[in-house]
Design a protein around this ligand. Sequence first.
Ligand code: 5AD
Ligand code: SF4
Length: 374
Amino acid sequence: MKYFIVTYGCQMNVHESEKIAGILENLGYSEAEKREDADIIVFNTCAIREGAEDRVFGNVGNLKKMKKRNRDLIIAVCGCMTQKENTAKHLMQTFPFVDIVLGTFNLSRLGEFVQKVRMGRQMEILSEGDIDESLPYKRTSGENAWVNIMQGCNNFCTYCIVPYVRGREKSRSQENILNEIKSIIAENKYKKITLLGQNVNSYGNDLSDGSNFASLLKAICELNGDFKLSFMTSHPKDLTDEVIDVIANEEKIEKYIHLPAQSGNDRILKLMNRKYTREKYLSIINKIRAKIPTCRITSDFIVGFPSETEEEFEDTYSLVKEVRFDSIFAFMYSPREGTVASKMEEQISNDVKHNRVNRLLALEKQIQQEDNKR
Ligand code: 5AD
Ligand code: SF4
């Protein structure tokens, strides 16, 4: 029996697909080279922008013929998209041949559900539950081992669906994280360990043992072993001086920070509920560069947020010009059902969004070419 996993979205999902692979291998499945060879196909989906969801609908739809040819083929859809009630229902109605729809909190029950489908039981949609710490991973990212340090997000940036599909922040205990990392080191296969969380800098806020992200980083660096440590993603409002100092001082920590700015304009940042200003963001960048001159810094930007004027977009443009990031991701704002921004008036037209995103990416290219020459 063979499985094939199709992964969309962020590193969190890439890592969760390693969990899916672990669960399926425990059931006796092995990995198929292509989806045509598979007995079970799992889509691990992303809901961050409409485009990501459209791709899933297209690709799941394409399996109808395969399912007709092979009635025993199991098709499962999980991940952030299925955590949205309306989308999950819409998926089941549009594609009645999908066997399993499982939300992000119920991944641990995939094995049980596969067994049920094999016995001919029909599936319902599940969207509540607890994350299981004991699940096996099949690590698939070469020399890099992902380690999840927390789930969810409390920030409710007004454009973002993550708090709705991943729930509130929940940090794993330092002990569990250290134990996982010790066993990764003992395997002797990985040169790099990357810590994952939607907002790693608020690690520990919900724990009562006094640990925070800086102390976690230090504790990991004290472990014996030859590895580089990296992490993502950092929210500018939570990146403390203490964390910057730890990155500067610890040899094992990679000198790299992904620090999404989202916009360079204070009115838009406020509407986004980001809780920092352009000036504050720039002061953090200056601090990082003063303490860690070799640090690579990358960022995310959203253009065409509701009511963003040309001048306000130009503030984003000038921020990118001023900071000269090592690279940026620029996204056109995509309204997500249920978020505050999706209900705002003055949504921006697609033409304007395209124009702004292209200008920002052209600037990034120009900066990179100049830096490469240098
Ligand atoms: N529309 C466009 N981009 C978004 N992002 C998050 N939500 C949206 C949205 N609704 C972007 C942000 C975030 C990155 C992972 O995706 O820039 O940092
Ligand atoms: Fe979304 Fe904001 Fe949380 Fe990042 S910090 S996951 S953008 S709500």
